[in-house]
Design a protein around this ligand. Sequence first.
Ligand code: SER
Length: 605
Amino acid sequence: MTTSEVRQKFLDFFREKGHAIIPSASVVPENDPTVLFTTAGMQPLVPYLIGQPHPMGKRLADAQKCVRTDDIEEVGDNRHLTFFEMLGNWSLGDYFKQESITWSFEFLTDEKWLGIDPEKIYVTVFEGDEDAPRDEDSIGIWQALYQVRGINAEVGDRIRAYPKKKNWWGPAGITGPCGPDTEIFYMTGKPHDPAFGPECHQNCDCGRFVEIWNNVFMQYDKQADGSFKPLAQQNVDTGMGLERIVAVMQNVETVFETDAFQPAIEKIGELSGKTYDGNERAFRIVADHVRAATFIIGDARGVVPSNVGQGYIVRRLLRRAIREGRRLGIKDAFTHLIAEVYVGKYGSHYSELEQNLPKIIDEMKKEEEKFGKTLEKGMKELEKMLSKSSISGEDAFLLFSSYGFPLELTEEILKEKGMQVDREVFAAEFKKHQDLSRTASAGVFKGGLADNSVETTRLHTATHLLHQALRSVLGDHVMQKGSNITAERLRFDFSHPQKMTPEEIKKVEDLVNEAIKKDYPVHCEQLPVDEAKKRGAIGLFEDKYAQMGDKINVYFVGNEDKGFFSKEICGGPHVEHTGELGSFKIQKEEAVSAGVRRIKATVTG
Ligand code: SER
């Protein structure tokens, strides 16, 4: 069974169970200050998990493009990936544990679907603590399912209970929907490796068990004070890593041996004249990183290599891949050739990759040229520094600023020699030289969930008002090109050919503040795309949704009788009345690229 077939079977299965199949959201999240990339299928659905109606109903399923960057340095072993596809099904206050677990088991074991031997399926559940009780419901459901298949399911063996660390899913340290989960494992049949402990069990890392699917039962909303409030609706959020389940179906040891990676691995072999066997680490790094960069650059909201934010991650991925490619002996620009292989492989499902292929090729070539020019010099410089002494934070900054070595690359080279860089000194240098970037300072690559705090919600509504005000003042050529919100400010990119005059800025600000003063109501309607267009709604994702021919959420600000102030396609969340925004101020107006301007603005009060 190929990757495409498994993906299709999953979507077909849940369609049969009454789920609407939704397209993957962008891998670059919008209006989510807490993450650089979409890290799980549920992340774009947070507004719906906390109670907003989803236009496609209460049962949803998809294959979501995800990127997790916490473990970039781990890539190269047999299981870590930066980009992966997550298959997921959701109940938004509809079915709960019974259906969810039963369907997971059916999809995995039924001959009509994946047909995995149920004897090979092991599971885990939440053991209970002071916040929530032991998950007896899930235990009972699993036992009944195994029994029907004639399998004895003892708690403590086939079913094991673990604490929150293992069987709870939700935001790490921040607020949001969460709850106990039940994880499903595939038992490979390999003998236990005692190096990992005396006894093997589901969460042992020896490789005997592979986690394949997680069913999260979202019953709680974690509060800022750390307490758990029951959610108004009980949701199901499941996630299955496509690459892993495909490795199981294809009966191979690692994800890199599946059809998802094989064509790229072959290409790397062809270009380098080396074999995968004996060079696994370098092959895997190139294969993983170029695939991730292909999906990030080729996204509908694609980002290109740069020194800030998501762009910095793309740069790191590509430069790490290029370095490994050089080590394998590839002399010329090559990342774009591997990207082409991936677009061939994935383009029929993710059509944005095909549309953006010229851009992907162009950006990769440019990045490789830029890095290629300085790589050799930089390596020489680094060796020189090393021959004198260890490398200081200032040295690492010099390598970064003059030779384009991402800090992490320098760190990695040093690690191989048992040394490290002083990150604080590096960050201080960085700060001295430019605005401190969120991403170039330490510790910002962590994943997390959308934080729908009061501040970000207010700024989100302010963004709609700003968008409309810009169109009213500058004209209808103004289109949203990007949006990013932190708890402190909004940032809005839009098409406009020249710098705004101080008068224009003032006019826009005044319009937004008037709309706030009028305390307009904000409401949401679920409309078919045609109807939304007819009613003059603006929005980014029009084309994507138009193909779907389904309903979408449209947010209206203002009163119908006087003509709405703003109508915009959007996933929310928003305030209920514009008066909640206080007062609006544009802090900065600047250029982003030819024809695109950027505004940073705040609300106070
Ligand atoms: N949110 C859960 C996970 O990422 C299930 O989708 O594992």
